[in-house]
Write a protein that binds this ligand. Structure first.
Ligand code: ATP
Ligand code: MG
Length: 364
């Protein structure tokens, strides 16, 4: 069995606490002979700033390039509010995404039956919900040029962001969505604003052509992004895979997250393009942030972090057995009523970060 090279970046806030629980799962998978890991550790975000006055060091970037996958917990917090913009904690995250060319962001929104009452919607609307949002992550209005604030002759300021997409960028994210759909509910909803944006018009044209050419067996529908936002809170179970651009994906995936009950539950994967050997760069991280309000208290929910490790097993290490086992262990501890504080709801008591990690390992 060849070893999986994994770079751990615990980062800031609750990051190191939830990272420690993922390490318990890694250790268990190793002992059980399910997977072999070669672990490296690095600093990112505020932790890297405190140590080296950078958002991520060149040495750690080298480790990221050399790894099969990066497992990052969270960055940022009020402690670093005043640091220079170029080395703010989030810059570490953006550098990783950009340098590793992680263009496909996968965010599953799964509502576990045991938590359906914590959703912002009625139980019957979300119970069993299982959506995969595929967000384009390295293009669009967040990166397009020109991007500037200019002062006009009359003293007014003018801000410009530019939405840019090429055929290639749209096609490769579309392909990720169609491939995923084939292994799930076989349906893709592509979202854009083709009615008012040129980039949206091209988006729709390219996705439609790709579908016709290579994925006619998958059901495809197009939905304007505003309508999709509305449908997500009206009847979310109509969706299987949603594919959309960087900006809409940012908003829609946060919206979908709330349907599931808690931010502390949701993992994510960011994938690069496959090379000649079929392997791809990848980074896995919880959808939530560093939760500075509860950092250091030992009460953070480690499930999103452990679920992110599960996604690494599935998408980087081709180990569906380990990934399924992790997902089942999470579902089982929830079904048993074990709750960290963020998902406590009406439960009589809550458990610590470490207790939740131990419970998941015991279940495994
Ligand atoms: P970012 O800007 O990095 O996305 P954010 O401002 O969206 O961060 P988070 O750090 O995600 O905020 O925290 C939002 C709220 O959710 C906080 O009250 C935090 O305590 C809570 N929270 C986030 N993650 C967890 C977790 N794993 N366990 C428990 N509570 C959490
Ligand atoms: Mg946030």
């Amino acid at each position: 069995m060849s070893a999986y090279k994994l770079l751990l970046l615990p980062g800031d806030g609750i990051g190191p606490e939830i990272s420690a629980e993922a390490e318990k799962v890694i250790a268990f998978l190793g002992q059980a002979g399910v997977a072999k890991f070669e672990i490296e550790r690095g600093l990112v975000g505020g932790a890297a700033y405190d140590a080296h006055k950078v958002a991520i060091s060149e040495d750690d970037m080298k480790l990221a390039h050399a790894a099969d996958a990066v497992l990052l917990a969270a960055v940022g917090g009020p402690k670093w509010d005043g640091v220079p913009y170029a080395v703010r904690p989030e810059a570490g995250l953006l550098r990783l995404r950009k340098d590793l060319a992680l263009f496909a962001n996968l965010r599953p929104a799964i509502c576990y039956p045991a938590l359906a009452d914590a959703s912002s919607l009625k139980r019957e609307l979300v119970d069993g919900l299982d959506i995969m949002i595929v967000r384009e992550l390295t293009g669009g209005v967040y990166f397009g040029e020109p991007k500037e604030i200019v002062t006009l002759e009359n003293g007014e300021k003018r801000a410009v962001d530019t939405q840019v997409y090429t055929t290639h960028e749209i096609e490769r994210i579309g392909r990720v969505a169609f491939e995923l759909a084939r292994k799930r509910g076989n349906k893709v909803t592509s979202s854009d604003k083709a009615n008012v944006m040129r980039s949206g018009y091209l988006w729709r044209e390219v996705i439609t052509a790709l579908h016709k050419r290579e994925y006619a067996d998958v059901q495809l529908e197009h939905m304007l992004a505003d309508a999709l936002g509305m449908q997500l809170v009206r009847w979310p179970k109509q969706f299987d895979v949603i594919v959309t651009d960087n900006l809409f994906g940012d908003m829609l995936s946060d919206e979908a997250a709330m349907l599931t009950g808690s931010l502390g539950m949701l993992p994510s994967a960011s994938l690069g393009a496959a090379d000649a050997n079929g392997s791809r760069k990848a980074m896995y991280e919880p959808c939530h942030g560093s939760a500075p309000d509860i950092a250091g208290k030992g009460i953070a929910n480690p499930i999103a972090m452990i679920g992110s490790l599960g996604m690494a097993m599935r998408y980087s290490f081709d180990n569906a057995k380990a990934a399924d086992a992790i997902d089942a262990a999470i579902a089982n501890v929830l079904a048993k009523g074990l709750r960290t504080i963020d998902i406590k709801g009406d439960a009589p008591s809550s458990i610590s970060t470490a207790q939740m990690g131990d419970a998941i390992v015991a279940e495994l």
